[in-house]
Design a protein around this ligand. Structure first.
Ligand code: SAM
Length: 330
């Protein structure tokens, strides 16, 4: 019998869950983290068994799409085993967001373990800039990872670019050409005020999706695409390419009305909204009732009542959400 889906107070169906598998990362992207981050002690982090149990429980509540994220999911030991386990659970869509740094080694095993799609972050094609933005990353290694992912035969690979004024907005045309050449979809993301950073002032670095679109239109026609990805991006196509160009615009085009998502942090905190603090502690239930799946299911069903109608990100760069993106699960 088809499972009734989770719904919230605003009539939205929630069938997409982003599970964070670690808060750790091998990069320190300037918009995402402080340079000297303190990471969670091991006992606060969900085990792989607990994450798999969460996945199974959400699926029993009608979840059709799971994305593994972090932190950087590929720094978690045994990530391929977790993918293999969730991969057998019958999801319509099973994806991961990664910085690509370890894909040269892991793309093939992940694909074989049942992962269907990948989002790979790529903010610059210039090695020095790439290193400056990620604070630790080597561009060449990520490009090798992207090629390995293409060869592994995923159902879809998308590049994610956070665009920042004065940092990488001049690379938008080059990134579009790269995506066209590699035949990869590409999404441009507005920087969100998650976590307090001192490296730059977020209000000054905001480069809106409209500005990005105008830059692209100097080189290519962009036609709105109909297909709904089930995510927050609005998609366009270029008439002479199969590549889709997405825009994730939390500031300029709020995407809350069609929100179908919740997140679970690696501490087991169910976050009902990216831009609000409403949450429920699932780790307490996972550990307090290890045999009682109906208790876990009831907790999740009731949590949907807490999902706020929308987020209110300020464009002034004020810190409204103290948790960093690596803690949130991007
Ligand atoms: N480590 C993986 C990666 O780099 O893709 C997955 C986690 S990362 C937090 C997920 C996505 O969030 C990345 O595309 C990253 O660029 C984006 N991101 C991180 N902090 C952000 C922020 N403050 N505003 C907008 N996007 C952000």
């Amino acid at each position: 019998m088809p499972q009734a889906k989770l719904t919230d107070r605003f009539g939205r169906t929630i069938d997409y869950v982003r599970l964070s598998v670690t808060d750790r990362c091998d990069f320190r992207c300037v918009y995402c983290m402080a340079e000297d981050m303190t990471f969670l002690p091991r006992q606060q982090v969900l085990t792989l068994e607990e994450i798999a149990r969460l996945a199974q429980t959400f699926i029993s509540l009608g979840t059709e799409k799971i994305r593994l994220t972090g932190g950087e999911p590929l720094v978690r030991n045994d990530i391929v085993d977790l993918v293999r386990e969730i991969g057998t659970m019958g999801l319509r869509d099973f994806a991961m967001t990664t910085n690509g740094n370890q894909l040269a080694r892991l793309a093939q095993p992940l694909r074989q373990a049942g992962l269907k799609r990948l989002n790979i972050s790529l903010d610059s094609l210039d090695p020095e800039r790439f290193h400056a933005i990620t604070r630790t990353g080597q561009l060449e290694q990520v490009l090798d990872g992207i090629d390995a992912a293409r060869e592994a035969g995923f159902d879809g690979i998308k590049l994610n670019v956070v665009v920042m004024k004065g940092r990488n907005e001049d690379e938008v045309p080059a990134l579009i050409e790269f995506a066209r050449r590699k035949r990869l979809d590409i999404s441009f993301i507005e920087e969100m005020p998650l976590g307090h950073i001192t490296e730059h002032h977020r209000g000054e670095s905001l480069f809106t999706s409209d500005q990005v679109r105008n830059l692209i239109r100097q080189h290519h026609e962009l036609v709105p695409a109909m297909a709904d990805s089930g995510g927050p991006a609005r998609y366009y196509r270029m008439p002479d390419s199969p590549v889709r160009v997405g825009f994730i615009s939390p500031h300029s085009h709020n995407f809350c009305a069609t929100c179908n998502r919740v997140r679970v942090t690696v501490e087991g905190r169910l976050l009902l909204c990216l831009g609000n603090e409403h949450s429920v502690d699932l780790r307490r239930v996972l550990r307090g009732y290890p045999e009682n799946d109906s208790r876990l299911r009831q907790t999740i069903i009731q949590a949907m009542d807490l999902k706020p109608e929308r987020h209110h990100f300020s464009t002034q760069g004020d810190v409204q959400i103290l948790r960093f993106m690596n803690m949130t699960g991007g």
